[in-house]
Structures are given as C-alpha cells and as structure tokens.
Write a protein that binds this ligand. Structure first.
Ligand code: SF4
Length: 353
C-alpha cells in the first residue's frame, strides 16, 4: 500500500497512518440482471493538504468509490467490503448517525449538478447556515453570519443580500459557488469534488478551480477531485489515480503519470484528449470499444478487449491473469517495465507532441 506523494523519496506513512486510507474496497450492487461489481479491490491513501485526482471513463468506479467513502450508498442494494479509515475511524461498519455527523463536519462533497444538492424551497443562505448550526451548535444568527461570510469567500458579490435569494435566482456558476460554500462551511478535513466544473463554461470553470485551490490553502483540507479531464487534473492535483472498470490501473504523482504514463489505458486517455498546441490535421485517437459491463467483466486484464498492446505480452496472460498494482508507483499491466518505457517513448509520446 502506498501513499501518493509528490516528492520522490518523501517518507510514506505506514498503513493506516494516512488521513484517508482505503484498503481492498469492494462495492457491489444487486440488480435485476445480477450483481454489478462496481469497485473491485481498490486501495489508496490520502493525506491532509493534498489533492488526489481520480480519472476514468463513466462506469470506472470513481464516483461509487467516493459516495461509499461518505456512506451515501443505499445499504439495501449495496454490499461494501474492505476498510475505509478516515482519521483512524473505520467507516464501512459505522452506523448512519455517525456517518451523518461525519458528513459536513469532517468530510463533504461537491456534486456536478448543484441543483441536485440545493433545495429550491429554501434560501441559499439558510441552506448554508443549517449544516453549520447542526454541526457546531451555533445560534441562528451566528449561522446566518457564517453563511454570508462563506458566500463572500467563494466570490458571491453582495453576499448579505444574495444569501436571501433562492437557488433559481443564481446563475449556474453562482450555484456551484454556493454549493462549495455549503460543503466548506464546517471546514471539512476531506472534500470530495465530483466533476464540479463539467457543466460550466471555461471561464467560470477556471474561477472555480482557483477558488478550490485557495480554499485548500486556507483550510488545509485533503481533496479528492473526480474528473474525466486530465487537463483539469494536471492543474489541480498532486497525485493521480487512473481507474478502469472498478479498479486502479495506474497511480503516481501528477508529474510521473503525465510525463511518463505506463498503462495502455492512460496512453489512450492522453491520446484522445484535445490539446491547444496539437496539430489540428492529426485526428484524435479515441480508445477503441466501450467500457465493459461490470455484470460480466472481462477475464484477466479488464482492459484487454480494448487494448492494442496485448500481443506484446507472452502467452495469453492478458486474457487469463489479472494484473495487479505493485506497492509503489506502478501500473496494473503485464507489459514489462522496459516495454512500457520503450512503447511510451517510441510510439505514444511522438503522437502527443
Ligand atoms: Fe493491455 Fe495486457 Fe497490459 Fe491489460 S495487461 S493493459 S491487456 S497489455
């Protein structure tokens, strides 16, 4: 088990020492068609003050992982196995009242669509003030003042007045800021942001990302940033975990993974990403095929039906044997370290420019 640290050679905490420690997490859902194994043996650590970017296509398990960390899954239909330790407290066995106390107090989530998180029936100020009052025991007046303060912090002009507005009176960018204010009102130590800027135009997106960075500096929170956009990850994160079909296939610091990616899936993501400096006459190269059904995931390496490099691996290992991540910076792939390095330098990098 490794902590994703930015500085090469930095001391890594022992297992369980990290602020958030996820160990061999399995999350599955009962459906009419069978069991969906949405997360299948995932492990990672995250320390305070650091940002972990989780990247992958829809269905890779990134959002399920984080909903499970906050206990937001439906226990009627979901089976969770493994360990989630937040500040040393085991969450997979925690009861709902404990999890509710934790949400907002120690950990909070920013969703992609603020309209799903904000109620249309209450003013924005009240929706920010209520969790603060609940978790801190503050008076109504104190909580309202805190809500106004937070709206000011996230850049809402004239916050005292705008706190009295309802969500529909805010623009999309302002609603996203309001949701960030709501998530941060209790100074959470862990903030999970799930595609928080996808629905916003690029100017507002840049403002929101800057805001999150500023707030992290101020509050020292650990942040998990979920996205399919490697450009956003490069800007936001210290470390990256690439997920595919329910598990991590590559991880390392931003520098390691973006400068010298090792996994064919990461190569595919980079190849399919538009870049401002790329030659417009060279078409993007999307990853062939589609993500697999997690009802009946492929045998061996789950990426093998889409992988154009499996013929470089001796025998049929890609089809029969599941590759695992090693304890340190690594990718879950049967190619040798030398093959990964050579393929990247000779075949992938020239295409990336
Ligand atoms: Fe491709 Fe095989 Fe590596 Fe999977 S293990 S990514 S199929 S080369």
């Amino acid at each position: 088990m490794t902590t994703l640290t930015k500085e090469a050679g930095a001391p890594r905490p022992a297992a369980g020492d990290a602020f958030l420690s996820v160990r061999d997490l399995h999350v599955s859902f009962k459906t009419e068609d069978g069991i969906v194994r949405a997360v299948d043996g995932l492990s990672f650590d995250l320390d305070r003050g650091r940002t972990l970017g989780i990247v992958g296509e829809s269905g890779s398990g990134k959002s399920v992982t984080n909903l499970t960390v906050l206990g937001l899954h439906n226990p009627m239909f979901t089976t969770v196995e493994g360990e989630i330790l937040l500040d040393g407290k085991e969450l997979t066995t925690a009861r709902e009242p404990e999890l509710e106390k934790l949400r907002g107090n120690k950990a909070a989530m920013i969703f992609q669509d603020p309209l799903t998180a904000l109620s249309p029936y209450y003013t924005v100020g009240r929706q920010i003030a209520e969790p603060f009052r609940k978790h801190t025991g503050a008076s109504k007046r104190e909580a309202w003042d805190r809500a106004v303060e937070m709206l000011g912090k996230v850049g809402i002009p004239n916050p005292g007045q705008r706190a009295k507005d309802y969500p529909h009176q805010f623009s999309g960018g302002m609603r996203q800021r309001a949701m960030i204010a709501m998530a941060l009102v209790c100074d959470p130590d862990l903030l999970i942001a799930d595609e928080p800027t996808t629905a916003l135009d690029v100017t507002v997106q840049a403002q929101i990302l800057d805001l999150l960075k500023d707030l992290q500096r101020e509050f020292g929170s650990a942040i998990i940033f979920i996205t399919h956009d490697l450009g956003v990850i490069a800007d936001m994160a210290d470390d990256i975990m690439v997920m595919y079909a329910g598990n991590a296939v590559e991880r390392g610091t931003v520098d390691e993974v973006l400068r010298a990616p090792q996994h064919p899936y990461t190569w595919g993501l980079l190849n399919s990403m538009p870049r401002l400096d790329s030659d417009v006459s060279v078409p993007l190269a999307p990853i062939p095929g589609t993500p697999p059904s997690l009802l009946t995931p492929p045998s061996g390496c789950r990426f093998h039906p889409r992988c154009t490099f499996q013929d470089r691996v001796a025998g049929a290992r890609c089809v029969t044997e599941r590759p695992l991540l090693a304890p340190d910076r690594d990718s879950a792939c049967h190619l040798t370290a030398e093959q990964k390095r050579t393929i990247f330098i000779e075949e992938i990098k020239p295409r990336l420019g």
